[in-house]
Write a protein that binds this ligand. Sequence first.
Ligand code: BGC
Length: 769
Amino acid sequence: MKLRLALIAAALASFAGCTSPKAPTSSCDTAIVKAGFSCTDTEVLRAATLLRAMTLEEKVQQMSGPAYNPNNMFDQEDNTRLAIPGYRFMDGPRGVRWYNSDYGTTVFPVAAARGSSWNVELERRIGKAMADEMRYMGRHVLLAPTINQVMHPRWGRAQETYGEDAYLLGEMGQAFVLGAQYDPTVADPLDPTQVVDATAYRIQACAKHLAANNIEDTRIYVNAVLDERTLREVYLPHFKKVSKAGVSCVMASYNRVNSSYSGYSKAIVRDILKTEWGYHGWVVSDWFAKGTTLTSPVAGLDIEMPFSSGAFPTIFDSAYFYGTALSSGVQNGTVDVGLVDEAVLRILYAKVHFGVIDKWDKTKNWSPWLTKSDATQALALEAAREGIVLLKNGATAALTDDVLPLSAATQKVVAVVGKFANSENMGDKGSSDAKVVDSSLVITPYEGIAERLGATNPSVSACAGATPCALAFESVAGHEAALATADVIVVVGAYYPADLARSSTGEEGEWKDRVSMSLPQRDLDNINAAIALRGQNPNLKIVVVMKSGGAIVVNPWIADVDAVVMAWFAGMKEGTALGEILFGDISPSGKVVQSFPAEETDLPPFQNATTGDVSYDYYHGYRWLDRQSKAARWPFGFGLSYTTFAYSNLVVASPTIPESGTLSVTVDITNTGTRIGSEVVQLYVGYPNTALADSWGRPKKELKAFARVADLAPGAKATVILTVKASDLGYWNTATKQAVVEHAAHALWVGPSSDTNDPNTQKGTFTVQ
Ligand code: BGC
């Protein structure tokens, strides 16, 4: 924890030491003061000198995409006169997406899976790995992380983000940003394998999409209506955290927020992000998003992408608004040139600071070996192992009932069934469609299981049960005879990824919300058919592996299957990790980052049909379920292991703290089972004594800290220290327009999930005074 804080402090210090603005002097232009930058920072002064040398057209070029080019939506023009490269963007966040090439990159598990590892250090290393791939490709700005909340699990882009909770989103997003923006010219004490390269430039991350971008079907129109408390406490804290961590770029979302499109929302971009939070990076529009020449510069939108003129896709229903329109606006006096100067200063400062100007080499071309990097593939596997969640194992929680792990000695014939049992499905095929080209590097569930069983290329006739054997079918129907021989049927229930063409077959992804929270019908048919087969074969075990970016409702089949695993979309090595987990080479340790309700009706309705107003409730996810006194089927933060842990000795080191103080608690975790295992310890705070007059009150509990205890041996005990700053416990007072920390006794729970009734959950109190 201390090391993490030190890293954050170092990153903050290295990012624009921008203290109190000074009045303009000869070297301290108005633009510097307006941007809140320091007039003594040499990089800022260098950016200002470049700015002064620019013509209006050159400034506007920095703020715009090029003319329409059907083959490239990610490259700005270069300024050759002043040797200032245009930005080369590329998408994330499950890997670096090269959308127009024959080559691929490493495909990591989607962020929903990586969030489920609750491993910030792993996420930082993934950020670093993507930064390296970006550099090999000669790109500058990685369009990741996505840190929008999963307001509702049917959201098509739930897979791209770290779940429903603002605190977790902020922690994981920050870790990714610090990794992606790492400085390759210095050694990393946490990563001895890192190559130090004095000539390398730094990658810039881009946190997206600010703000309240939580619905896909209507994403370019919908108006998210949020009152101030909901915005400040629920939808903005994670953006604030990554902005304070020094993220260089923030992307404004497509949707409207309180009636204003984000691309021209002064309230969100200029007033909150730039002014109130003191953000020193720059803001880019989402691709083809709405904006206007007059209002977007006022709002603080620094760059419009992807183009400045030419064809405009009708599907986006808008028009380009920077480029020549912006130059004309300045020339005819409708746009203040000071706004242009401030935007360009921000852009140039980042280009100086991250080495785009001095270190980037345009002539360097990336090579196709990227997907073959053993190190990044190993990292993708590590993330899959930690992000896959075991949700059910046997009829009860008792270990004697456990079905998993399987054993090749007793369960010889394993059939893997489903549309995606043995075909590539790594998630969304929209902007996050990172892919490998050498498909042999992608391990499907069937391949991973077959490999673990030692049964490659089996045929149905070879599968007689004498030696271990794996089979793959798209459906149970039609294969009943072969399946009658199976000891285990693994049904892979997976959503079909949507593409940007909005193809009718796509079921989940960008621009495509899920139509329901259950598995697709073809998967339900397979589950039911497998259950029916048990009539002939009572010893048949049924394991369901679910693939989606969002929580799934498992009624009514849950009672009739033996085990359930949430794989999310666990990347190119998903199958390998699944095989290892199902056969017990490793103990599962992931914990879900969304609440899994018993029924969809337990959640507020998902309003993804209207292009008009959608009122955002203050409550969603576990906060909503608590409010309704509804138990989740699997609560936020829940996940099973093959071992057991006991929580004991909760000690509140600081039972009374001032508002400026820090709560510090310790708890002991003992591995009481027989296998090595990792545990995610979670701390929640509640406000039973709130004096808030607001009719909503405060949430029953909120996640405020967590720690991952890795590889605890049987019998071993670890003491975990968790800290929470009292200043992070405030609610937003709409009258005074600031956070208020209540001076009262608060409740505290430390346990294995958000379920405060879990027998392992330790309870305590502390007082802020
Ligand atoms: C997505 C962004 C993405 C951009 C560029 C948009 O449709 O919303 O997340 O970065 O496209 O591909």
